[in-house]
Design a binder for this molecule. Structure first.
Ligand code: ATP
Length: 367
C-alpha cells in the first residue's frame, strides 16, 4: 500500500497567551512512500517526526494537506478506520493480561462484520507471535518478559490486525544497546516478510540508516532531504544533513575559495572548476583524509586511537569549526603518535563545500 502525503502542515496554537506564537510542527511535507518500503523519519528532537507519524495514523488532524493510502483519501478517517498498526516507545502492554490476551485484544475490540471468528483470531494471534518469535511465551504476563520481548509483543499486537500501514515511533528507545541492534534487525525482517509499508521514527541516524529503504531528514518541521540512506550520506544537500548523518560526525572547517582553489586556513586542499571566490564552510567525512607526508592539510596531532581494523586520529587545526578533527585511517597505515603534526590529502568525494550564509551545498567539479 503506497502512502501519499500531500502538502501536510500541522500548526499547534500558542499555549502562551502573551507571546501568541504558534508552533509549525510540520511544514508543507509532501512525499510518496512506495508500497512495501520501510521509511525512516529522522531528525533532532522537536523536528516534527512524531507529529508527522500521528497525522499518518489519524491521532492528529493536519491543519492542511491530505493523506492517501493507495488511492483512498484517509485525511478525515479516524485511526480505527485507517487500518494502521501503531507501536510506541513505551510498549504499553496490559500488565494483567497474558501475552496472548494482549495480542488478541485489538481483534476482540473489532465490531460487527470486521470481527473475526474465535478460531481466526487465535490463528492470527499465533501467526503474529510466530513472526516476532514470541510464540513460546504466550502464557506469560508482561512483567515476566525482557524489554525486547515486551517490544515484540507490542509489534505482534500491531500486526495482528493486518494493518495496511505499520507506524513505529522510537520503538527501540527503551532497549539496551545489544537488544536495540537485535530488535532493529528483527523489525527489518518482519517488515520484509510481511511487505507492510512501514514508517519508522527515530532520532538515531545509525538506526534509521541501517534498516530503512529511504530516509527523510527533517529540521524544524521542514523536510531537508529524502533519499536512500547511502545516497543522502554521500551527497547531503546542506550542512545540517551532512552533520546529522555519520559517526564520527563530519569535520567542519572555515575555508575560502580563491581563483578556483579551495583553502582551509592557508592550506590549499583542492582545485575546482568554476566556483566563484567566497568564504565557505567545508565538511570532510572522517574517512575522507589520506595520510600523506607532503599532503596539503597540516593539523596538529593530539592523539592516535587504535581500534583494530581502523585507526582514529584526533588532531586540531585553527580553521576547524569543531574543537577536534577526527579522521579514520586504515590500520595498515603506520602513524607516528609522537609526531607534532600530521599531514593529509583529502578525498574529493568525501569533501563537501557549503555556502557560509545559508549553509546550502555548493556543488563543484574537481579540476
Ligand atoms: P521528539 O524526538 O522529541 O519526539 P519530534 O521530532 O517527534 O521530537 P514532535 O513531537 O513532532 O517532534 O514536535 C514538533 C514540534 O511541535 C515541537 O516544537 C513540539 O514542541 C510541538 N508540539 C508537539 N505536540 C504539540 C502539542 N500538542 N501542542 C503544542 N505543540 C506541540
Amino acid at each position: 500500500m503506497k502512502v501519499v502525503l500531500q502538502n501536510l502542515t500541522k500548526i499547534f496554537p500558542s499555549r502562551n497567551k502573551k507571546s501568541n506564537e504558534e508552533v509549525v510542527a510540520v511544514n508543507d511535507f509532501s512525499f510518496e512512500i512506495p508500497d512495501g518500503k520501510l521509511i525512516g523519519l529522522l531528525g533532532p528532537s522537536g523536528c516534527g517526526k512524531s507529529t508527522t507519524l500521528y497525522m499518518i495514523s489519524g491521532l492528529q488532524k493536519p491543519t492542511s494537506g491530505k493523506i492517501f493510502f493507495g488511492d483512498d483519501d484517509v485525511t478525515e478517517l479516524s485511526t480505527e478506520n485507517r487500518g494502521v498498526g501503531l507501536v510506541f516507545q513505551n510498549y504499553a502492554l496490559y500488565p494483567h493480561m497474558t501475552v496472548k490476551q494482549n495480542i488478541l485484544f485489538p481483534l476482540q475490540n473489532l465490531k460487527g462484520a470486521d470481527k473475526p471468528s474465535k478460531e481466526e483470531m487465535l490463528e492470527r494471534a499465533h501467526y503474529a507471535a510466530k513472526l516476532v518469535q514470541i510464540d513460546e511465551l504466550m502464557d506469560r504476563k508482561p512483567s515476566e518478559l525482557s524489554g525486547g520481548q515486551q517490544q515484540r509483543v507490542a509489534i505482534a499486537r500491531a500486526l495482528v490486525k493486518m494493518p495496511r500501514v505499520l507506524l513505529l515511533d522510537e520503538p527501540l528507545s527503551n532497549l539496551d544497546a545489544r537488544l536495540r541492534l537485535q530488535t532493529r534487525e528483527e523489525i527489518r525482517r518482519i517488515q520484509k516478510e510481511t511487505g507492510i509499508t512501514t514508517v519508522f521514527v527515530t532520532h538515531d541516524q545509525e538506526e534509521a540508516m541501517s534498516i530503512s529503504d529511504m530516509i527523510v531528514v527533517m529540521k524544524l518541521g521542514i523536510v531537508q532531504q529524502i533519499g536512500k540512506p547511502q545516497d543522502v550520506y554521500d551527497s547531503p544537500v546542506n550542512l545540517f544533513v551532512a552533520k546529522f548523518l555519520g559517526t564520527p560526525p563530519i569535520n567542519v572547517f572555515n575555508g575560502h575559495i580563491k581563483d578556483n582553489k579551495v583553502y582551509i586556513g592557508e592550506d590549499m586542499v583542492l582545485e575546482v572548476k568554476d566556483v566563484p571566490n567566497q568564504e565557505v564552510l567545508i565538511g570532510i567525512r572522517p574517512e575522507g583524509f589520506v595520510l600523506q607526508e607532503n599532503g596539503p592539510l597540516q593539523c596538529r596531532l593530539n592523539n592516535v586511537e587504535v581500534m583494530g581494523r581502523d585507526v582514529s586520529i584526533v588532531s586540531t587545526n585553527d580553521a576547524s569549526a569543531n574543537p577536534v578533527i577526527r579522521s579514520i585511517i586504515n590500520a595498515d597505515n603506520k602513524v607516528n603518535s609522537d609526531a607534532e603534526f600530521v599531514r593529509y590529502a583529502i578525498k574529493p568525494h568525501k569533501m563537501f563545500i557549503f555556502n557560509k550564509e545559508n549553509e546550502e551545498r555548493i556543488y563543484f567539479e574537481v579540476k
